[in-house]
Design a binder for this molecule. Structure first.
Ligand code: API
Length: 258
């Protein structure tokens, strides 16, 4: 059977998107998911996203990493909102469900997607690092020379160390500037560097706010694949009113045989 797919990318984090509202795609077939995400033998992507029906929501978003594991995906969510608009499921506002629960999102006139992230209560801070979960886990390490950094070997070392080897973690290397951040990310489930990671950008922005003791604001985060912005407010329990904002674009479409 032929099933249409659509390729989207958000600041270089790219996804195979399938409209699965009539359940054409078997999401238990993990080897098929791995094959589709493979950059040599398949379409190639940082993940696969299914849009499905769910009562009381505009849609349910099911995300898989290329290795078949699942977690919440910030850039993937923004691409899912853009895809849902293309499919006519939404106009400029979305209320959808994903791995970490419900989310709202808005489509701006310039095409930017603003995604509301869940509140963050736990901010672990250590010597030269933060550990923050923004729907997926993120280790954030301050680095001054991002250009020269071997992100894959340094990221792998942390992702597979004694603390993280079971559950895994995404690893973000961050240069804190006064008015912005620069970031490179090693992504769990991709097991390599991606050009941007939405939940990682959000976690890094919150670490920046904590480091500079800001109570509210919006900060630009320069990822390899483009710029994202993160809005936040600080309360006595951590951070809330957290928004991940940036572009999400259609790239091409095709058909898969299953
Ligand atoms: N690889 C991540 C999930 C995707 C995160 C990233 N693509 C994003 O935009 O948030 C993990 O397994 O925790």
């Amino acid at each position: 059977m032929k099933i249409p797919f659509f390729k989207y990318q958000g600041t270089g984090n790219d996804f195979v998107m399938i409209d699965n509202r009539i359940n054409l795609f078997d999401k238990t077939n993990i080897s098929a998911i791995q094959h589709l995400c493979d950059r040599r033998f398949g379409i190639g992507s940082d993940g696969l996203i299914l849009i499905e029906n769910l009562p009381d929501f505009d849609f349910n978003m099911v995300f898989f990493n290329p290795d078949g594991s699942q977690s919440f995906c910030g850039n993937g969510s923004r691409c899912a909102v853009a895809f849902a608009k293309f499919l006519g499921i939404i106009d400029n506002q979305a209320y959808f469900n994903s791995t970490d629960g419900e989310h709202e999102a808005w489509v701006s006139a310039n095409g930017d997607i603003s995604l509301k992230m869940h509140d963050v209560k736990l901010i672990e801070k250590g010597d030269g690092y933060y550990f923050i979960n923004t729907g997926s886990p993120h280790y954030i390490k301050e680095e001054t020379n991002l250009k020269e950094l071997d992100v894959v070997s340094e990221g792998r070392e942390i992702r597979y160390n004694d603390r993280f080897k079971e559950e895994g973690t995404n690893v973000n290397f961050v240069k804190y500037n006064q008015e912005s951040l620069d970031i490179r990310t090693y992504e769990r489930g991709v097991e390599g560097e991606t050009l941007s990671c939405g939940t990682g950008v959000t976690a890094a922005a919150l670490s920046w706010a904590d480091k500079f003791k800001l109570s509210a604001g919006k900060v630009d985060v320069n990822a390899q694949g483009g710029k994202l912005s993160v809005g936040f407010k600080r309360n006595e329990n951590g951070f809330n009113d957290i928004w991940l904002i940036g572009p999400a674009q259609y790239v091409f479409k095709g058909e898969i045989e299953v």
